[in-house]
Design a protein around this ligand. Sequence first.
Ligand SMILES: [Fe+2]
Length: 174
Amino acid sequence: MKYRIKDAYEPLNQHSTIRSTIQEYIESAGSDFFDFNALRGFGKGIIPTEILNQDPVIKQILDNTPCNMGGMVFHMNPWTCYEWHCDGIRDCAINMLIKGQGHTYFGNKINKYLHQIDELVYEPNQLYLFNTTVEHTIINEHQERWMLSIGFDKSEESLDYHELHAMCQSLGLV
Ligand SMILES: [Fe+2]
C-alpha cells in the first residue's frame, strides 16, 4: 500500500486549460525564457499574468490571493536531482507539470540516512496544492522538465498550506 504523508499535496478537482498555451509561450520565447541561476544551477522563467488568467481556475485563485507571487516555470535538466529541502521563501504553491516528468517525493525523515517517501505523480493538465514546508526532492530522468509553480509569498497576508487549502475548498476546487 502506498505510504501517504498527510497534508503534503492534493490535486484540484478541475483540470487546467492552459498547459499547452504555457508550453507554446516558452517555446516561442526561445532560449531567453529561462534564467539559469549560477549558484543553484536550475532555470526559472516568468509566465505573464495575462496567460495565467486565461485559466478560470487559476484566475479564481489569483483573484483571491493578494500574496501570490505569480507563475514561475522551473527548468530541470535530464539526469539531475535536488537535495531534500523545504522552500525558503514560500510555504505553499500550486504546481502543474508543463513538460517532462521525473519523480517528486515528499519525505518523512526517519533518521540521518532514511526518509519514508510519498510520490506525487503528476497527471497531465492537473493542478496540485503543494506544501513546500514538507521536505521534498525531485529526481529527474531522461527528459527536460518544466514545472509551473505559483507560489505564495511568506510576507504580509501570507498563506500557509492549510489556508490555501481552505481557500480552494471555499471555491469548491478541492
Ligand atoms: Fe522545493
